[in-house]
Each structure stands twice: as structure tokens, then as C-alpha cells.
Design a protein around this ligand. Sequence first.
Ligand code: 5GP
Ligand code: MG
Length: 189
Amino acid sequence: MWQSGAMDSAHVDSDLVNILFTEEQIQAKLQEMAHTIAADYEGKDLLMVGVLRGAVMVMADLARSLPCHLEMDWMAVSSYGSGTKSSGVVRILKDLDTDISGRHVLIVDEIIDTGLTLSWLVNNLSSRKPASVEIATLLRKPEALAMPIEPKYVGWDIPNEFVVGYGLDFKERYRNLRDIGTLAPHVYS
Ligand code: 5GP
Ligand code: MG
């Protein structure tokens, strides 16, 4: 039954088999990442680029953990693939509103799986002559390690499991969950 207030794992716990990271753990990790990012970008003009739609929560909380001036912009991309695997063929659905030439760009994402989407994005943004392009991601899966991309800021490395919550969806649901977890098999069928 729906209850008022924030959606936490208790509201959908029959759908989750395992909670990987709680809201508290996620916020602590983002604080830690923000601390490093703030030091690295000291005196620089930071432009954070969020990848819609999954990165909305990470962007909101990471940006608010940073004690410096920054700008936020967004891109939406779709990668064509067979089923759940992306192919590396990427189409821009929404481009940046900002001219990034000469800017220090930090791409913010929630998860790197194969890394195909982000590797395409880094190439695309690099061709626009920014001062720098780096990646911050909350989660990274093992396959991404085989890609020639090196996110400078990684929250956690996780096993090759499908996770939801905190921006991550299954059929557009569960994005508003405050924790991150894995779904029970009955949800898929
Ligand atoms: P890739 O790194 O394979 O190019 O694609 C990354 C994108 O695939 C993510 O931004 C996310 O939308 C989706 N994705 C990959 N792994 C997961 C997962 O475990 N759960 C969810 N909900 N989405 C995932
Ligand atoms: Mg994403």
C-alpha cells in the first residue's frame, strides 16, 4: 500500500532481494567523491554534464556536496543495442546548451556497464575542444574495465548484476527509490 513520505526500500521491499547500498552509504560516498573533486578543480571553472535520465539523483546530490561554484548541463543519449546490451551506436536526443570549448567538463553518470555509451560521449565532447574531460560515476561493473575509458571518480565497483534505485530504473520504475538494490525475479516475469 502507498504511504506518504519518501519512497524508501520498505515500500517496495517485496520487489528487492538485496539492498546493496543504503541512502546513508550513498550520501557518504558522494561526500567523499565531492571532497576529492573539490580539491582537483580548485581554481578551475567546473562544468558538470549529467547523462539523462539515470544520473539525475547523482548529479543533484554530488553537486550539492561540492563547496564551490559550478555549472550544470545535461545530455540525453540513446544507444542502440540488442535487448539489454548496448551496441556502441549512440544517438544524441538532447545536446548540451553550453559551448564547452575551453571548459573543464566533468561527466556525471550513475553506472558504467559496458562503457560503450560513455566512451562515445567522451570522444564526442573531446572533439569540442574542452580544457579537460573527466568522468564521475557512482557505480562501475566489471565489463567496463575492458574499455579504454578511465573514470577519474568511481564510487563503487559492483558485480555484474542488474541494479535499481537512486536513478536506476527497470522499465522506468524504481528511479525514486532512495537505496540501490537488486530486483526479485518475480518482478521480471
Ligand atoms: P553502457 O555502459 O553499457 O554503455 O550503458 C550504461 C547504461 O546502461 C546506464 O547508464 C544505464 O542506463 C544502463 N544500465 C547498465 N547497467 C544497469 C543496471 O544494472 N541497472 C540499470 N537500471 N541500468 C543499467
Ligand atoms: Mg546513465
